[in-house]
Design a protein around this ligand. Structure first.
Ligand code: KG4
Ligand code: ZN
Length: 341
């Protein structure tokens, strides 16, 4: 089966051709047109600007995905498109494009949840995934722990009560005037810093729930930066704060995830979403799981599939298409707040 994936939920216009032959995935193309440079000027995504960029880029991106994936419309079995959650005007561009292509090419549409797709990024490189699964999804818009009994069955067991982890990285970078998106910048600076230089809070760690909160941590960084105690123009101070903030965030994520994995007796723990590209989180979570629950298999998505991309949409779409879980064109709905569960 060959699936064309389309993703426009935030600030990346993406299309991908993914083939599945006898259960084995082959990502034949994975094209992403990033708007990062445009949104860097405003320090974050302006929805109206993002939607206009998607409109400009979507057809050339789909065209490039077909060419690089050596596919013609006739070869495609299904079109998988993100219908939520995300920015409504951005989502509409991908969905209307998918509807038009579906009509012209006479191909069925699979409606894909963006969070589900992040999780399914872990299936793109054909690792063996034993169920039940616990997934930690950490992106710019979401921080969630999801328990998955089997394919397509999700139970949300914890989520952030305020900022998402990626959002906190972005806001902390803005406080220190480092640029956008903050995650990769802070992570790079953190390598040169001392993670115990600042004593930052580990929010919700003592709370019995699996919920998270990152807004207080961000405010703690703001207060430190406003106090006269430290010079936030100094490279050393910025590196130390980056390392301290990254460590505090990672500590909370790994402790809650490990506790949830133990209590739910899972076979596999998956990491997913843009923040899954963070090297410290990848390494520390793996170490903690190996130490605390060595029987559990820990899986990470390839770095190419952590931040927003359309290969993950096509992979998630494949599992729905296999079950003929298609949506007729006139029933497709964009749902900016679609929750997985
Ligand atoms: O999944 P994604 O591309 O978009 C959403 O669905 O939100 O995630 C983007 C988020 C941004 O907040 C970005 O700062 C963060 O992922 N991110 C990182 C790293 N790379 C991207 N955060 C921490 N460390 C990184 N290396
Ligand atoms: Zn995402």
């Amino acid at each position: 089966m060959i699936v064309l994936g389309i993703e426009t939920s935030c600030d990346e216009t993406a299309a991908s051709i993914v083939e599945n032959k006898r259960g084995v995935f082959n990502v034949r193309s994975n094209v992403i047109s990033s708007q990062i440079k445009i949104h860097a000027k405003t320090g974050g995504v302006v929805p109206e600007v993002a939607a206009r960029e998607h409109i400009k880029n979507i057809l050339p991106v789909v065209d490039q995905a077909l060419r690089e994936g050596k596919a013609i419309p006739k070869d495609i079995d299904a079109i998988a498109v993100t219908t939520g959650p995300g920015l409504i005007t951005s989502l509409i561009v991908g969905v209307e494009t998918a509807k038009t292509l579906s009509h012209v090419w006479n191909k069925p549409i699979v409606s894909v949840n963006h969070i589900e797709a992040h999780l399914y990024a872990n299936f793109a490189d054909n690792k063996k995934v034993g169920f039940p699964v616990l997934a930690l999804i950490v992106s710019g818009g979401h921080t969630e722990l999801i328990f998955m009994e089997k394919h397509g069955h999700y139970k949300l067991i914890g989520k952030t009560r305020d900022d998402a982890a990626g959002e906190a990285f972005d806001k902390v970078a803005k406080i220190m005037k480092l640029g956008y998106p903050g995650g990769p910048i802070i992570s790079k600076l953190a390598n040169k810093g001392n993670s115990t230089a600042f004593n930052l809070p580990r929010p919700m760690l003592k709370d019995k729930s699996y919920d998270f909160s990152f807004s207080g941590l961000k405010t703690a960084v703001l207060y430190e930066s406003q106090s006269k105690k430290h010079n936030f123009k100094s490279k050393t101070i910025i590196a130390d704060m980056s390392a301290s903030f990254e460590q505090a965030t990672v500590d909370v994520l790994i402790q809650k995830t490990t506790k949830a994995a133990k209590e739910h007796n899972v076979k596999t723990v998956l990491l997913a979403g843009g923040v899954a590209a963070n090297k410290k989180l990848r390494a520390d979570l793996e170490k903690e799981i190996k130490k605390e629950i060595p029987k559990v298999n820990f899986l990470l998505p390839d770095l190419d599939y952590c931040t927003d991309n359309a290969a993950m949409i096509a992979v998630a779409g494949y599992f729905h298409a296999k079950k003929k879980n298609f949506t007729p064109i006139d029933k497709i709905k964009v749902d900016p707040n679609w929750e997985l569960s």
